[in-house]
Design a protein around this ligand. Sequence first.
Ligand code: SF4
Length: 353
Amino acid sequence: MINRYKTKKIFVGNVAIGGDAPISVQSMTYTKTSDIEATIEQIKQLHFAGADIVRVAVPDMEAANALKTIKENTTLPIVADIHFNYKLALKAAEVVDCIRFNPGNISDKNKIKEIIHACKQRNLPVRVGVNCGSLEKQFEDKYGQTPKGMVESALYNIKYLEDLDFTDIKVSLKASDVQRTVEAYRMLRPLNNYPFHLGVTEAGTQFHSTIKSSIALGSLLLDGIGDTMRISMTGELEKEIEVGRAILKDAGIIKEGLNIISCPTCGRIEADLVSAVAEVEKATAHIKTPLNVSVMGCVVNAIGEAKSADVAIAYGKGSGLIIKKGEVIEKLPTEKLLERFLEEVEKEAKLHS
Ligand code: SF4
């Protein structure tokens, strides 16, 4: 049982973050934001993949000016990612749903005041996004690139905002490795109740990012820490969303689609299980109804696993069983099992949708 930390609820557009809101999954486009058409296309891809929120980089005024058209072409909330230049933040605040900037990076307090005033006008939240690789000099000099340095930076930036009577804040504390990331979030969590945006930054290739993010975000989520998340990945854009949702699903936080129980196979295998499971995954990708299914290579553990599955296959020698809720409903030749199994899965999905 996960005891989720009670955080303040804020809104990024129509998506609630924190409090009792579902943990959202977000990503970031990698087009030049000033290339409006390409950016809209990537946002559409992310939307289709299941993103709740999309962030775009705003490095110059051309990008800031593009935000209006981009916003008009999507229903997803847009976060503008801004460093150093307060004018870009002011321009972005006219149209986007959240600003990511660190007040500590803007030296003139009056300029920060202007940004916060603009955010207040439109009820926009701010993400304080601490990155271990770009800590403010005073924190890096004192603490190095450590969790303590990240937490001190976050507290410093949060205080900037609180002193301006601004508390629609979410916070991220990202390092490029699992241990510092987890330690930083755990250290900051008891010190305030702002919602946390989780992520391991620059986590690498699809393979390594999936592993690092699963360990770090999985650990934090099981601790009850985390309100929204982004998987950082050098790879296909949609994979970030797929992995993010899979982490939530496999941590037992959301119930969505099929939970496929399949064995690793061994010398007792009675069918081409690898192909069979791949086919099940592909054929059922559209199903959103939460179902437990089990596809096992022989009867040794199949009957036991089938007891807790909505639909199961137990392969045997030349034939196998279709099992529903622990009851054998049919024995069929091996080549007919998969088709019959998928029929039953569809039926169950409809029944419970
Ligand atoms: S279910 Fe059968 S084939 Fe699969 S790993 Fe277990 S014993 Fe081996």
